[in-house]
Design a protein around this ligand. Structure first.
Ligand SMILES: Cc1cc2nc3c(=O)[nH]c(=O)nc-3n(C[C@H](O)[C@H](O)[C@H](O)COP(=O)(O)O)c2cc1C
Length: 174
């Protein structure tokens, strides 16, 4: 699959089969994340956590559902059944906000690599936000001191294969 095909095929998958992704695919996805461009080459400001233990995935889904219920006043199913979650955490950097950009680029590299490998994904802002509010969970996930989870993604094999949606963003040309 070429890059443009992977970009066009990537889509958010919110229902997964129970199979785990292969270890070599996980390593390729992580390598793609680590290859991301990072502002001022501050690779030390980032940390990647791979979560595959079911007990931890269940705890993350539970705190995410609680956080969303508090925010929206309604409970949503956030347990999509994926068996791999990757969280990207950052320390503060020189210009506030840049850490989110960095994390976004790392995650996008990973989901595009996954698409290339035939692995489905969904980018997550909610789950890392919920994890960041739970000190015990942060400890259980071994996220180093000073790092905050900013973005993540689930990876797996989609239970249904809906095509990618087409999106448009307003463009002006001057
Ligand atoms: C920064 C960011 C945060 C997101 N957070 C969530 C999330 O917490 N839960 C979720 O189901 N989807 C989340 N998404 C996925 C978007 O909802 C999705 O990309 C968008 O609806 C477009 O659909 P598509 O990915 O299928 O093209 C997030 C996407 C981005 C870029």
């Amino acid at each position: 699959m070429n890059t443009l095909e992977a970009i066009a095929k990537r889509k958010s998958t919110r229902s997964y089969k129970p199979e785990q992704i292969p270890e070599d695919a996980l390593q390729t996805i992580l390598k793609a994340g680590c290859a991301a461009p990072i502002a001022m080459a501050r690779y030390d400001s980032l940390h990647i956590t791979v979560v595959q233990k079911q007990e931890l995935l269940d705890r993350i889904n539970a705190v995410t559902a609680d956080m969303i219920a508090q925010m929206l006043g309604e409970r949503k199913n956030v347990d999509f059944g994926a068996k791999t979650l990757i969280l990207v955490s950052s320390t503060p950097v020189h210009r506030p906000g840049t850490e989110y950009t960095n994390a976004g680029i790392v995650v996008e590299n990973m989901v595009l690599a996954a698409t290339d490998l035939g692995i489905d994904s969904v980018i997550l802002g909610g789950a890392p936000g919920a994890v960041a509010r739970d000190a015990e969970l942060m400890k259980a996930l071994e996220i180093p001191e000073g790092f905050t989870p900013l973005l993540g993604a689930f990876f797996g094999y989609g239970a249904d294969q809906a095509p990618a949606k087409e999106h448009t963003i307003a463009i002006n040309r001057v």
